[in-house]
Design a protein around this ligand. Sequence first.
Ligand code: NAP
Length: 356
Amino acid sequence: MLSLSSPQPSTTTKPTSLLRQHHHHGHPTLKIRAIDAAQPFDYETRISTRYIQSTKLKIAVIGFGNFGQFLSKTLVAQGHTVLAHSRSDHSAAAANLGVSFYVDPDDLCEEHPEVILLCTSILSTRSVLSSLPFQRLKRSTLFVDVLSVKEFARDLLIQSLPPDFDILCTHPMFGPESGKNGWKGLPFVYDRVRVGKEESRVLRCERFLEIFEKEGCRMVEMSCAEHDRHAAGSQFITHTMGRVLQKLGLEETPISTKGYETLLDLVENTASDSFDLYYGLFMYNKNAMEQLERLDLAFEQLRKELFEILHGAVRSQLFGEAERGGREDERPVGWELPSNRRALPPPSETVGAENS
Ligand code: NAP
């Protein structure tokens, strides 16, 4: 409720029935007890409409496959205008989602989207970027990528884009499977690689980030290099294990434990992603090779631990009596079980690595 004091008689045009005049020390005091209902021509209404419009973005999704379509659903639901272009013709899927599909990238760029959202496969992003007619875009355009490897994406965008374009590198750490029931609490990693100082550029980037904030994502600002170190040790390992288990052809059993069901879920979660994606995680993250080697080593170590025990047991059966009568230091050590906590030393790059 507004409260307004004036020493002068009011010249307001509000209906007088809503105004009460009080006299203090001989001066009339004006109090407004109610204001009229908001009308479309009201200042406040106009401001709020303009505010709502200003928070909406025109976003062009390049690469309208599995992940591009998944993200577009939420972009449309939040009221953003979404355009799309892809190698294949996805116009039917686009129409279903309320997205305008452009077969020709020139036509899409001439629509002057404020944001270009790259959802192409890791392997194809370089060639897709080089095929985009940048000169048809507005001179100030924000490029955002969602590639699952970040150092590669950052370097590629810096190299390929005209210097006037802003760059925001992101990685939503979820997909159509893990995010099918909403994005609440799911991590969203981002790095403002290059955002101009002008207020409009800063705001545009913030408005884009707000899309994920609004859905309840856990927003994690992190450099691309740091992302790749963490992702190789977590996401790449997860996808690798999922694919190894998939090769085993695991099936439901009538006595499945919780742990086993977790494994089946893991297979389901990773198997629906394309092999392109998995191969990209390996090829374009320099930390992935070491993780693969560590996985090999860990498996080898475990096998060795089992075989040492087995070897010890067999030896003591075969030579037990003879050895017990023999010299102390030749006794088999097999029955001493190794501790559960033995782990490989941490990967070289993650130890004491600096953020860059
Ligand atoms: P993907 O297999 O990595 O990428 C599929 C997309 O790449 C499709 O739009 C496809 O276009 C396009 N593409 C593939 N090869 C191409 C080529 N030679 N030329 C032009 N376009 C090509 O699967 P995705 O799951 O949709 O992932 C897309 C991006 O999102 C990837 O960079 C991935 O790392 C990232 N990401 C995925 C997830 C996830 O859970 N899936 C999560 C976070 C981030 P067409 O469909 O038109 O053929």
